[in-house]
Design a protein around this ligand. Structure first.
Ligand SMILES: [Zn+2]
Length: 259
């Protein structure tokens, strides 16, 4: 069954508050299981990094600790946002531009807290919600923009949302970045960060054992306060996201999947 159909059916059967509770329990159990049993420890390295984020908040939720850790050591970290974060609501141009500006400011503020300079932040400003349905020429343009960034910065590590992250823009980000790595002909280590994966997916149906075997946990205790402060700057998002969903990202570990 398609994940979307599965979720739609579940939403029809279960009241939203109960569904959110179920998702929270599911997500917490999986996180604990992966941290305790299903993952290896990721050892910190000095590699320069480029983080790709579909929306203004994913980078902080998924790898805010890693970003802060690297920046404290003076390691270059570049952050690239794929969409403008306008949301999917049908609103007038003025309100839309206001949302885009707010999210941009929140992202800059959050990343400054994590130690990333404003000059190291790039906004590609694609339409939110449409990364998977770009026209062929738009897709080529996006890949070319990312390729340029790779050639310019030559990162040694690249962070992307998980390829099965249960969100169209997130999965599309993974594929656009993969295509650009090929086009730029650079050798990088690719690490996937889960955002919606544990929340939306019936995980054991979605992930093969070989996927789970690629899970790594990274302790962020020493920079946890910074990460939580950075998350708190995303006020426009925190209002609408389920509190249980946000809670997972306030913990002392981050989870990454190697490719
Ligand atoms: Zn997102």
């Amino acid at each position: 069954m398609q994940i979307k159909t599965y979720l739609q059916q579940l939403q029809k059967l279960v009241p939203s508050i109960l569904l959110e509770r179920m998702q929270y329990i599911h997500s917490s159990l999986l996180t604990h299981w992966i941290l305790l049993q299903g993952s290896q420890q990721l050892t910190f390295n000095q590699k320069s990094a480029m983080v790709f984020s579909p929306h203004q908040d994913d980078e902080t939720f998924g790898c805010g600790g890693m970003i802060a850790y690297k920046r404290e050591q003076g390691i270059p970290v570049i952050v690239v946002f794929l969409t403008n974060g306008q949301g999917s609501r049908d609103i007038d141009t003025e309100s839309r531009n206001k949302i885009i500006q707010t999210r941009k400011q929140e992202a800059i503020h959050a990343l400054n807290i994590l130690g990333v300079d404003t000059s190291a932040i790039h906004f590609l400003e694609k339409a939110d919600g449409h990364l998977q349905t770009l026209k062929p020429e738009e897709k080529q343009e996006a890949i070319a923009q990312i390729t340029e960034l790779f050639k310019h910065y030559q990162p040694e590590e690249v962070y992307v949302p998980h390829r099965k992250d249960c969100h169209r823009d997130h999965e599309a980000t993974y594929h656009l970045v993969k295509a650009a790595i090929k086009q730029a002909e650079i050798k990088v280590e690719l690490l996937q960060y889960p955002i919606w994966l544990f929340w939306r997916a019936p995980l054991f149906i979605m992930l093969k054992l070989s996927d789970i075997a690629a899970a790594y946990s990274f302790s962020i205790t020493s920079v946890q306060d910074k990460k939580n402060q950075a998350i708190a700057t995303y006020t426009s998002q925190l209002e609408s996201l389920p509190p249980g969903f946000v809670k997972r990202f306030l913990g002392a570990y981050e989870i990454f999947f190697k490719v």
